[in-house]
Design a protein around this ligand. Structure first.
Ligand code: C2E
Ligand code: MG
Ligand code: MG
Length: 615
């Protein structure tokens, strides 16, 4: 709109107002400025525009708030640039439109009242609609004006967006911790309440993990608050990265954090979450003054479906359990409920014991001979992990490897296995008098495969340190581990192969076995799972599966190794099927290195009485 600077006679204006059509035309030409100026002046007396009134007009034009004049029937007679900017249209587009078109429907009745003859004036909050349908919160103020019996309204429209944002920020601040950005006690309590209300399924457990940083005061005292704050921030980030997206991590103030988990399958899972948290926090924290190590004391409280608890009791229980944990020394997890504790305790205990097992030298490797079925001689061994627990005795891998997998402990344990097995393999190679170099098979878990770079480094270092011939090392990977993320697994396997080692697929036939694998993976050996070997010579179906696995291996030019051979008739059947290698109690169960050494290095094993010495 290009407003005319000419003065307008009052009489002429009044005449135009009487005729809406004519008024609009005039307005579009910018002649209606006089109305605005009259309103801003707050005077009901109209006067002709003179050069002096230009000041008023400049004022309205330059206002940062939107301004408009509206006829009694709601037509916009004038709009300033600020309003045009807010709405995203030009002034001339806005003028002539019903004012309600600029607002969302809920505010229409109140705006109608404001512009009507009986307008109470004042202001209301409404939502402005931009031309591209964006909603803008706004304060709409009105003042009525009568121009020679003609009622018009002057509106001011103030954009409330930044105020709303500020309000939202304030609300966020009121519910969050400023240092870490985590929810604070207020929001946590609210979330716990909602979680308690949501417990609908019979099995879903709700767990509250109260975590306190061990020795945090010392960190603060020794290195100052800046370092202390940095440590707390790192701990907050680690806690967040450990829990599921639907869980809540909150800071209670100081060095206390609380994690809320919903829908846990059983108390053991809560214990596992706690174990993961403590492992995540226990890793060294880099700070400006160097690396800092710290641990968590964690108290866990649980609420099942039927439990009648409030958020306060649950928090208090978890807090109490945490204090109990604190008293037992750093890095302890304590469960609140006595009965639930007994269910989860042994798992938890096993896990914390396992964490110390490597350092305490409680892990051992047993070795089971792998036999060439045709020549009836030992060609190598498979290293099988054993845990010599101080009170439980010898713990078999199936009892702790699944935990180690889930908690991530399998990665450092796997490193140890790799080093130990390579050293033993190299020792046997050096001692070999038969000229044969026994192979060393090492089981690799899926979790290790997902930490591919570390696995490759570990294997490389273990080979270099021990001097074991890389071609003697066979890495056994299960089908399911390869399948988890086949593309990533393939990359790792290729890098391992480039070190010169061989790859075996373990437990073949139990997973998603398909030809696709064998084609895609550079595999050297297939291990026929012992469940198929078990029925050989007895069960026709098993014979069929075992035969097809062996034939499959041959078709791809891969050697087959049958696991779990216990009876001579199984061996006979495997010979018929042309299976080259086997292992099992028929020859020997897994045994310590010192027991096996002689047989391995000097003379071939005979399939004899070993089966009766099975542990
Ligand atoms: P696997 O790799 O399939 O190992 C073969 C399992 O069959 C071993 O059980 C072995 O003791 C058992 N076995 C061998 N011959 C016979 C037999 O004639 N009859 C019967 N009934 N069993 C036989 P083990 O040592 O209890 O190991 C179980 C599983 O634990 C292994 O299965 C492997 O998946 C895992 N495992 C063992 N050591 C390690 C390790 O160092 N790292 C990883 N990631 N997993 C391991
Ligand atoms: Mg194996
Ligand atoms: Mg196996």
């Amino acid at each position: 709109m290009s407003p005319s600077h000419d003065a307008i006679e009052l009489e002429a204006l009044r005449a135009r107002l009487a005729d809406a059509e004519e008024t609009l035309r005039a307005i579009r030409h910018g002649e209606v400025d006089a109305l605005v100026i009259g309103a801003v002046a707050g005077e009901e007396q109209l006067f002709t525009l003179t050069g002096a009134d230009q000041t008023y007009r400049n004022f309205v034009e330059g206002m940062s708030d939107g301004a408009a004049t509206v006829s009694a029937d709601g037509i916009i007679l004038y709009a300033n640039q600020a309003l045009a900017d807010l709405v995203g249209a030009s002034c001339s587009r806005i003028v002539g439109q019903p004012v309600l078109a600029l607002l969302t429907e809920p505010s229409w009745p109140r705006v109608r009242d404001m512009i009507g003859p009986a307008s109470p004036g004042g202001s209301i909050e409404a939502v402005l609609l931009t031309v591209d349908k964006q909603e803008v919160p706004a304060l709409v103020g009105a003042s009525a004006l009568t121009v020679d019996q003609t009622h018009i309204t002057c509106l001011t429209i103030t954009d409330l967006t930044s105020e709303r944002n500020a309000e939202a920020n304030l609300a966020h601040l009121a519910q969050h911790d400023a240092l870490t950005g985590l929810p604070n006690r207020t929001l946590l309590t609210d979330r716990i309440q909602h979680a308690l209300e949501r417990r609908t399924t019979g099995t879903g457990q709700l767990a509250l993990l109260f975590c306190d940083v061990d020795g945090f005061k010392n960190i603060n005292d020794a290195y100052g608050h800046q370092v202390g704050d940095a440590v707390l921030k790192t701990i907050a980030t680690r806690i967040l990265s450990t829990i599921r997206p639907q869980d809540t991590a909150a800071r209670m103030g100081g060095d206390e954090f609380v994690v809320l988990c919903e829908d846990l399958a059983d108390p053991g899972t809560a214990a596992m979450v706690a174990a993961r948290l403590s492992a995540a926090v226990a890793a060294v924290i880099p700070t400006s003054i160097g690396e800092i190590e710290t641990t968590l004391s964690i108290g866990v409280a649980l609420a099942g479906h039927g439990d009648d608890v409030s958020s306060d009791t649950l928090l208090r229980d978890a807090d109490e359990a945490m204090y109990k944990a604190k008293r037992q020394g750093p890095n302890v997890i304590e469960l609140f409920d006595e009965t639930l504790r007994s269910m989860a305790a042994s798992r938890l205990e096993l896990l914390s014991d396992l964490r110390r097992a490597t350092a305490n030298g409680e892990l051992r490797l047993f070795y089971q001979p792998v036999v060439d079925i045709v020549e009836e001689s030992v060609v190598g061994v498979e290293a099988l992990l054993r845990w010599q627990h101080p009170t439980r005795g010898l713990v078999p891998p199936d009892d702790f490897i699944p935990f180690a997998e889930r908690s991530g402990l399998i990665v450092p344990i796997g490193d140890w296995v790799m080093r130990e097995a390579c050293h033993q393999g190299a020792r046997w190679q050096r001692a070999s008098r038969s000229g044969r170099r026994p192979t060393m098979s090492v089981n690799v878990s899926g979790r290790q495969l997902t930490h591919g770079a570390r696995l490759v480094d570990t294997v490389q270092a273990a080979l270099a340190d021990s001097g074991l011939d890389p071609t003697a090392l066979i890495l056994e990977v299960t089908e399911s581990a390869l399948m988890d993320d086949a593309a990533a697994a393939l990359r790792v396997v290729q890098r391992l192969k480039s070190l010169g080692v061989r790859i075996a697929i373990d437990d073949f036939g139990t997973g998603y076995s398909s030809l696709v694998y064998l084609k895609r993976f550079p595999v050297d050996l297939l291990k026929v799972d012992r469940s198929f070997v078990a029925g050989l010579g007895r069960n026709r179906d098993d014979s069929v599966i075992a035969r097809s696995v062996i034939e499959l291996a041959h078709a791809f030019d891969i050697s087959a190794v049958a696991e779990g051979i216990e009876r001579p008739e199984q061996l006979a059947e495997l010979r018929r099927l042309d299976c080259r290698y086997g292992q099992g109690h028929l020859w020997s169960p897994p045994r310590p290195a010192e027991e096996l050494g002689h047989e391995l290095v000097v003379s071939p094993l005979q399939p004899t009485t070993a089966a009766s010495t099975v542990a």
